[in-house]
Design a protein around this ligand. Structure first.
Ligand code: SAM
Length: 279
């Protein structure tokens, strides 16, 4: 295998989700850079991959120092596979500093794609997938949690956060306060026996998790800000401008999609503008 860095995704629950390319790469790599060698060695044993290779740990606290060691291996002609405990490396997991340094030093890098909890959660949620914002883990402190939510409150995109079962109730309370009773979703135990994805209003989700103890790994999602409620939205102005450059039908289509508005209402408004302005 060519010397370089191979960023390899591993399963987030179901062992069979490992790709054959990932197995091949992990089997052939000379060095494995991992978060916790016990976790990765266990995965290798389950997959029947030989442990006769060099394991080097790479985590938040030592990544900067270890990056150069990894690069030195690669410069000696070795292939290094980087994995995290589960899922895609670098996504709320170590690897960013390593990649940055490898790029700086012109090292060959490739990815072996696979599981990523946020993408699977979004697919299960039934929330809009055309635009989304992943904001990592929700902070533990109440003030920081609310500040994070406030920052993205008006964003026209589905918001995605990593969360834990112990903290989901606190996050739902804060989310209800900041976002109001919007549609939200909690996807948990993805690809495992008790996989579940609940999508409902903030209040309903809060009620559910008060009645049913939250368990397992989870992803928390919030539907996009409703542009209809945005008092700054000047629909007349937006439609008028668009209709100067395109047909009424096209303008309605764009506005409905961009601002998540009711098609009939926008069409009605567009007709009024057309008739009044003789556009
Ligand atoms: N890099 C990984 C990825 O993107 O797939 C995520 C690593 S992060 C340290 C771990 C968090 O991912 C968990 O706290 C949870 O929020 C989410 N997660 C991981 N596996 C999951 C699963 N099977 N179901 C739901 N969420 C999961």
């Amino acid at each position: 295998m060519k010397n370089g860095l191979y960023v390899v995704a591993t399963p987030i629950g179901n062992l069979s989700d490992i790709s054959s390319r990932a197995i091949e790469t992990l089997s052939k790599a000379d060095v494995i850079a991992c978060e916790d060698s016990r976790v990765t060695k266990k995965l290798f044993s389950l997959l029947g991959i030989s442990l006769q290779k060099t394991f080097i740990t790479l985590h938040d606290h030592n990544e900067e120092d270890r990056a150069q060691i990894v690069i030195d291996y690669i410069k000696e002609g070795k292939s290094v596979a980087q994995v995290s405990d589960a899922g895609s490396p670098l996504i709320s997991d170590p690897g960013y500093k390593l990649i940055k340094e490898c790029k700086k030093q012109d090292i060959f890098i490739t990815t072996i794609p696979g599981c990523c909890a946020l993408i699977s959660a979004l697919q299960l949620s039934g929330l809009p997938t055309n635009k989304f914002m992943f904001a990592g883990f929700i902070p533990n402190k109440e003030k920081a949690r609310k500040e994070l939510f406030e920052k993205y409150k008006n964003l026209d995109a589905t918001l995605i956060f990593y969360e834990t079962a112990q903290r989901i109730e606190k996050s739902l309370i804060a989310a209800l306060e900041v976002f109001g009773n919007r549609e939200m979703s909690v996807a948990r135990e993805i690809s495992k026996i008790y996989e579940e994805c609940l999508t409902a209003s903030a209040e309903e989700l809060l009620r559910h998790f008060r009645e049913n103890e939250p368990k397992g790994e989870m992803v928390f999602m919030v539907s996009p800000a409703d542009k209809e409620e945005d008092s700054n939205l000047d629909l007349d102005e937006i439609l008028t401008q668009k209709m100067q450059n395109m047909s009424l039908k096209m303008a309605v289509k764009e506005v409905v999609e961009e601002y998540h508005l009711n098609k009939n209402e926008v069409y009605e408004k567009a007709l009024q503008i057309k008739n009044a302005n003789k556009l």
